[in-house]
Write a protein that binds this ligand. Structure first.
Ligand SMILES: NC(=O)c1ccc[n+]([C@@H]2O[C@H](COP(=O)([O-])OP(=O)(O)OC[C@H]3O[C@@H](n4cnc5c(N)ncnc54)[C@H](OP(=O)(O)O)[C@@H]3O)[C@@H](O)[C@H]2O)c1
Length: 335
């Protein structure tokens, strides 16, 4: 089995001094990869050198991942403190963040998290696998007074040492500005969609200027996401001629170039695969053969501002369309 020395994997430092590995394993199997397959991938990935695992309660596999972690601890492969475990409070649990944290810890079999995120800024939810047209009748627009209450519990978990770091996910500049103006503890990180066709330069730079790190989800452009999550205007980053050309020059798959680009740009990608050759390559690739400055600039030039995870299922009844979720003109819809 090919392994990667975790000490050779660079780290990103948060403003509080914590250091997160620059590549992690995604664990969202959607409806085509089972919880057991993902747990086995976590077990194998840690054995080959992964130290960061991106979990979430809504992925429905934290119990199985917990069993994989127990095997790794029992077999002496790693100790708890060697790992960086991220999880997220799901939208339907905004009223009980503490309860969500406790359930996640119990399922994963750990007594603290390295990073706990608010998965979405909205309390709006949906059943697994529903069509993008499906609407939660109780869905509401963003309300900062409610989010402030959610964040206060996150701050409490941080201050009590139960979560070593706290952060947001799917935030926008407008919502982050509000949070920064009212929080006691600034988020250490925001987890957000980022790949060569959706680079989010404004939000990425805003976070950087404010000392907040960025974890990039769907770093490969999530090519295997279900058709219901695709629209006619969606592109495929790994088929982009620039990505294909650079991949050929490095003798790797374009997916690997996505990961290299993300790390060299300063973000933390969390690519998903349960296939050992793929997840091994996604970690190994950042320890060798970096992209040139020219290649980095070429990839910068192919941004298409093409968001894939639009979040349609979180829309409230009076919302126009998915753009209302993302504050594209700097104002919060329904505010
Ligand atoms: N915070 C949030 O709201 C949020 C939202 C979405 C996702 N996430 C997180 O981000 C993670 C990653 O996103 P994602 O799973 O949607 O998409 P992704 O990582 O962009 O893409 C995964 C796909 O890329 C392929 N792939 C991976 N490595 C490859 C390689 N070396 N060569 C060729 N193909 C490769 C996989 O192929 P195979 O199918 O063959 O393995 C899989 O189909 C999730 O698992 C989850 O942890 C978070």
């Amino acid at each position: 089995m090919e392994t990667v020395d975790p000490n050779k994997v660079p780290k990103v430092k948060f403003y509080n001094g914590a250091e997160i590995p620059t590549v992690g394993l995604g664990t969202f199997g959607s409806d085509h990869v089972s919880a057991d397959q993902i747990a086995e991938a976590v077990y194998q990935a840690v054995k080959i050198g992964y130290r960061l695992i991106d979990c979430a309660a809504v992925y429905g596999n934290e119990k199985e991942i917990g069993s994989a972690l127990k095997r790794l601890f029992d077999e002496g492969v790693v100790k708890r403190e060697d790992l960086w475990i991220t999880s997220k409070v799901w939208n339907s649990m905004h009223h009980d963040v503490r309860g969500s944290f406790e359930k996640t810890c119990s399922d994963l079999g750990v007594d603290y998290l390295d990073l706990f995120l608010v998965h979405w800024p909205f309390p709006n939810s949906h059943a697994p696998g529903v069509s993008v047209d499906s609407r939660d009748p109780d869905a509401v627009p963003y309300r900062h007074r409610d989010f402030k209450r959610v964040w206060a519990v996150m701050e409490d978990l941080y201050e009590n040492g139960l979560c070593k770091n706290i952060g947001t996910s799917n935030q926008t500049i407008a919502k982050m500005k509000l949070l920064l103006s009212t929080c006691k503890v600034k988020p250490m990180v925001n987890e957000m969609e980022m790949h060569p066709h959706f680079q989010q330069p404004e939000l990425f730079n805003f976070l950087k200027e404010n000392g907040i790190a960025a974890i990039g989800f769907c770093p490969i452009g999530s090519p295997a996401r279900p058709d219901r999550d695709k629209t006619a205007t969606d592109t495929v980053p790994i088929q982009d001629p620039v990505m294909v050309k650079i991949a050929k020059a490095h003798n790797v798959h374009p997916a690997v170039i996505c990961v290299k680009w993300a790390v060299q740009r300063g973000q933390i990608p969390i690519p998903f695969s349960v296939k050992p050759p793929k997840f091994t390559m996604n970690l190994k690739c950042i320890t060798e053969d970096p992209l040139t400055e020219e290649e980095m600039n070429e990839i910068k030039s192919i941004d298409k501002n093409n968001r894939f995870i639009k979040g349609q299922v979180f829309l409230w009844s009076t919302a126009k369309d998915w753009h209302d979720l993302w504050d594209e003109d700097g104002t919060i819809a329904g505010w």
